[in-house]
Ligand binder design. Structure first.
Ligand code: TIU
Length: 220
């Protein structure tokens, strides 16, 4: 076991049963002209974590531990997108509309791609998910069972939406979860702070939280 200094208690993980899940580091959320900006958000906040996420991915690759990437997006005919999701908010462009990076939040469009800085490499699982949580309507649960994974480390965007939802889904399924707090970001700093705090509250009700340097030091 490797033990990481974390809140609210040291996080111990068996490296051979631990995977990294990088949530939705895709152009639609992180680059200008995508879905995130269409909702009125400032994407520059999210770009600040790219180097830390890259270092985190690099650590897992160096160790030979699995890296799993997710992308939020929908079929071209939007058959897997509930009308309530299309209606949500007051975006300048809606899911399925044509934007500067192709159709917003549609699989295979340029905006749906993972950003160039964090591209998956051969052999890494990429989960296309229609929801906020990466377990809903995907193969993720089966993939993790096949790999014998019991512990999950989380990074990506946005902290209070897709990252938190997926951590809660994982927690309910019995995975031991760790959030790397400087490898996740929100368009709203106060939501990120609240989410990081509530995950670790009540004795780690959803999981543990720690900065990347703590995991790096423990893994050295
Ligand atoms: N809008 C927002 O904060 N997030 C999303 O719509 N999806 C993800 O968090 N990936």
């Amino acid at each position: 076991m490797i033990t990481v200094d974390a809140k609210p208690f040291p996080y111990a993980f068996p490296p051979e049963k631990t995977a990294l899940i990088v949530i939705d580091m895709q152009r639609d959320f992180v680059e200008p002209g995508g879905f995130g900006e269409s909702l009125g958000n400032d994407v520059s906040l999210l770009r600040a974590i790219i180097p830390t996420v890259a270092s985190l991915i690099g650590l897992f690759r160096t160790k030979g531990w699995p890296v799993i990437h997710t992308r939020e997006g929908h079929e071209a005919d939007l058959s897997d997108c509930p009308p309530s999701k299309i209606r949500r908010g007051a975006p300048s462009m809606r899911i399925g509309d044509v934007g500067p990076m192709g159709r917003i939040m549609v699989r295979g469009e340029p905006g749906n791609a993972i950003i160039p800085e964090l591209q998956p490499v051969d052999g890494e699982i990429v989960i296309d998910k229609p929801g906020k949580g990466a377990f809903y309507a995907t193969s993720l649960g089966d993939d993790l069972a096949r790999l014998g994974i019991t512990h999950l480390v989380f990074a990506g965007v946005t902290t209070e939406v897709c990252v938190q939802t997926t951590m809660r889904e994982a927690n309910d399924r019995g995975f031991d979860c760790l959030l790397i707090e400087d490898a996740t970001e929100s368009y709203f700093p106060h939501y990120k702070a609240a989410t990081v705090s509530m995950i670790a509250a009540q004795g780690g009700i959803v999981g543990c939280v720690t900065p990347f340097t703590s995991l790096e030091a423990a893994a050295a």
